[in-house]
Design a protein around this ligand. Structure first.
Ligand code: MG
Length: 397
């Protein structure tokens, strides 16, 4: 029986992880759940999974959670609670959103645990400090993102990156693949939230429509698998059944295929190095389409268009500049996406906003303090860009 801390249990990854865990009561016991503020869902999960402890991010919600959990459950609050939960299990699924996830990653690794990682900031902003903690005996990161999970499987037989020539990550291309610049100028928030293949939260859905999600994944892959950005490539692949490939120095290519369902990478990360046996045997042709997809009859790949989707280019540039620049990229992107969802920026202005915020960033030695400072400065710079746009729009109407 493997114990699991599920941190960030009420988000998209968290709820799909609950699905996986509820299907495997003999294999996993959930010892901790954590959510930022969704008390109702958190309490219903606690009633189902009966963890030893429940963590609520927002302190003001402590009483609500305290009164709602089953008798005997410990209730903890905020970052100290997350850190306690992160060292209490064999496997820690970190699906916490944003910077709050970094202490979870650090605590899990420093306690020598398996970290099933879905929090992006841990490797994009926090990589230099995280890489050190990763060397703790027993500590191990298994990626939850589908593309990194794919590469993890492609590299399963390889000892280190020395024979890996290139990595390929696939991108669905989002809802706007093939759109012209004129069409892209008219994109609405609802258009951007309608993802063709994946079911995800709103921030990551917008990020996949700009290809920033893929850019952030390139940065993560570079950290995860210890390869420079110029050896990590992106191919647009509409149907999302191929997720990643490793090209080896002897010319061989290994790829991973699976239906577009996040429960697969979640189950892989929780069970690794075992494999779950929770899927029906499908017809071989239908296997790759899965429950929601069409049967796979052809595989099509294209190069991404960096001119129409400049966010991907910005991510490669940030990775090449290194230091605190990826942290600034991720922070500025958060502000830009929030402003777009708020109708304060047009779709095409998302990359402009990020680019203007990055122009002022200096490459610094990325200590934890420098990373936090770069994050804060980029948010301010991006917000100034948004405010200038809003003021400009008002004065012209
Ligand atoms: Mg992904």
């Amino acid at each position: 029986m493997r114990t699991v801390s599920l941190l960030g249990s009420t988000g998209s990854i968290g709820t799909q992880a609950v699905d996986v865990l509820l299907g495997q009561p003999e294999r996993f016991r959930v010892v901790a759940l954590a959510a930022q503020s969704s008390t109702e869902l958190l309490l219903s999960q606690a009633a189902q999974l009966r963890p030893d402890m429940v963590v609520i991010g927002e302190e003001s919600l402590y009483r609500t959670v305290r009164q709602g959990v089953p008798a005997g459950t410990d209730v903890l609050v905020g970052t100290p609670g997350l850190v306690a939960a992160a060292s209490a299990a064999d496997v820690v699924l970190n699906a916490v959103v944003g910077f709050a996830g970094l202490p979870v990653t650090m605590a899990a690794l420093e306690a020598g645990k398996r970290l099933a990682l879905a929090n992006k900031e841990s490797l994009i902003a926090g990589a230099p400090v995280v890489q050190k903690a990763r060397r703790t005996p027993g500590a191990e990161i298994v990626p939850v993102d589908s593309e990194h999970c794919a590469i993890h499987q492609c590299l399963a037989t390889v000892d280190g990156p020395t024979t890996v020539a290139r990595l390929l990550l696939t991108a669905s291309g989002g809802p706007f693949r093939g759109w012209t610049a004129a069409q892209l100028a008219t994109v609405t928030v609802d258009d951007a939230l309608a993802h063709p293949t994946w079911r995800m939260g709103p921030k990551i859905t917008i990020d996949s429509s700009t290809l920033m999600n893929k850019g952030l994944e390139v940065i993560e892959a570079s950290r995860f698998f210890d390869l420079p950005g110029d050896r990590i490539h992106v191919l647009v692949h509409r149907t999302s059944v191929a997720h990643g490939f490793a090209l080896f120095t002897d010319g061989n290519v290994i790829g991973q295929f699976a239906p577009p369902d996040m429960r697969l990478p979640i189950g892989y990360a929780l069970a690794y190095p075992d494999r779950l046996a929770d899927r029906p045997l499908l017809d071989p042709l239908e296997a790759l389409g899965g429950e929601r997809g069409a049967p796979m009859t052809s595989l099509v790949f294209q190069r991404p268009d960096l001119e129409r989707f400049p966010c991907l280019r910005l991510a490669y540039e940030a990775l090449a500049r290194g230091g605190t620049v990826p942290a600034a990229l991720s922070a500025a992107n958060e502000i830009a996406v929030a402003a777009f969802v708020d109708n304060k920026l047009r779709f095409g202005e998302i990359p402009d906003c990020i680019e203007s915020a990055l122009a002022g960033v200096r490459e610094e030695e990325p200590t934890l303090n420098a990373i936090r400072a770069a994050d804060g400065a980029a948010r301010l710079a991006a917000q100034r860009f948004v405010d200038a746009r809003v003021t400009g729009a008002q004065s012209t109407t």
